[in-house]
Design a protein around this ligand. Sequence first.
Ligand code: ZN
Ligand code: ZN
Length: 275
Amino acid sequence: MELTLLGTGCPKVDHKRFGPSNLITSKQAKILIDCGSGVTQRLDEAKVSTADIDALFLTHLHSDHVVDLYQLIISSWHSYRIKPWKIFGPKGTKKFVTNIMKAWQDERNLRIKYESRSSTKAFKTTIKEFKNLGKVKIKDINIEYFEVDHRPVKYAYGFNFLYKRKKLTISGDTKPCENLIKYAQNADVLLHEVFIDGEFKETNKMRTKKTLHNVRNYHTPSTIVGKVAKLTKAKKLILTHLVPTKFDEKKLKKTVKIDFGKNPIIGKDLLKIRI
Ligand SMILES: [Zn+2]
Ligand SMILES: [Zn+2]
């Protein structure tokens, strides 16, 4: 299978690091994980049509991970999608998607009537909400979902993608947690989020010490992510969801290597990894 990092950023805008999103493809399947800001533009750059995505998996409902959901759906209609969207996500996903579709209902109806396209199936969604642990099969890829710890966010998930005896683990947004270490064991690739220590040098009225403390507290700091990866015995570690988006790359690699024992790969938008 192949992993494409579509967006390696965070809520803060950076034109080089779009909002969180990843694409996984195999011989038969195309699966999207999250739909952060700019996801459709990056898919276009990766030469994958939104018409062809088999399923969308959401790690959690933080805005940086779902803000382009409607853009994804409407642009798939403009790309001649003729099948409904299969969406898998945490508790609350049904309500969230219904509300988004409702917000655009009048505009959409006008467009549907005026543009007279032959199908409106792209606007249909089938939504499955996760339990605390489970499995889903999308064509030739087996997916395992498990809870991670992103509290105070109540429902947040990590994923394993299993294909031809290979395993890709995606951490989602999480602080260091046992479940992630348990389910990521022996992954061929571990794609992990990171909060980079020492890169926020200034505080101000909007970004107080408390803000930084709280943000760091529900993510995995760079001084710990290598230890987590080491415990999973993952073969490769790729860092994404880089907070902040601008940082000293050499320093980050060095910090993580001390704990992981190997150089991590610093994620970049549109980076492709064969697994
Ligand atoms: Zn989050
Ligand atoms: Zn996030």
